[in-house]
Design a protein around this ligand. Structure first.
Ligand code: NI
Length: 160
């Protein structure tokens, strides 16, 4: 397993509109494996390629720990409803902020074999798809928060 360095907020890579993938390569398969390793190692539920410094339209998501998905050149084609809640980002470690997102989204993308796939999700998956796709356009969730960022430890106090 190979971990990649996660770029932190303020890094130039996080404010770039990333390029579409036109062809799958061994190099890119390795990148995708590394992105999963890096995401799981850091207890994340999603990671976008620019967060590891690769300016391509690739994201990995796994909100349950048992449902890994790769979305290449993803785009949201349908969304509905609204949810307001805390979200965080591996590029802003230890913090969370309140963001309003659609309750439901449907996205079209390519999988790691460059086959077309449709992904639908509600709640956390919908939030995660929106958050990761924003990264591909250089948009950080911190530009969409309502109110201040809080330390995750404050949120965990309630849970315990
Ligand atoms: Ni993020």
């Amino acid at each position: 397993m190979a971990l990649r360095n996660i770029r932190l907020e303020g890094d130039e890579a996080l404010s770039v509109v990333c390029k579409p993938v036109t062809k799958m390569t061994d190099h890119m398969q390795e990148l995708i494996d590394d992105m999963f390793d890096t995401m799981y190692e850091n207890n994340g539920v999603g990671l976008a390629a620019p967060q590891v410094g690769v300016l391509k339209r690739i994201v990995v998501i796994d909100v349950t720990g048992e449902d890994p998905m790769v979305l290449i050149n993803p785009r949201i084609v349908e969304s509905s409803g609204e949810q307001t809640g805390y979200e965080g980002c591996l590029s802003v470690p230890g913090k969370s902020g309140v963001v309003t997102r659609p309750y439901y989204v449907k996205a079209l993308a390519l999988d790691r074999n460059m086959q077309e796939i449709t992904v639908e999700g509600t709640e956390l998956l919908a939030r995660c798809i929106c958050h990761e796709l924003d990264h591909l356009d250089g948009i950080m969730y911190t530009t969409k928060t309502e109110g201040p960022l809080v330390d995750n430890s404050e949120l965990l106090d309630d849970a315990d």
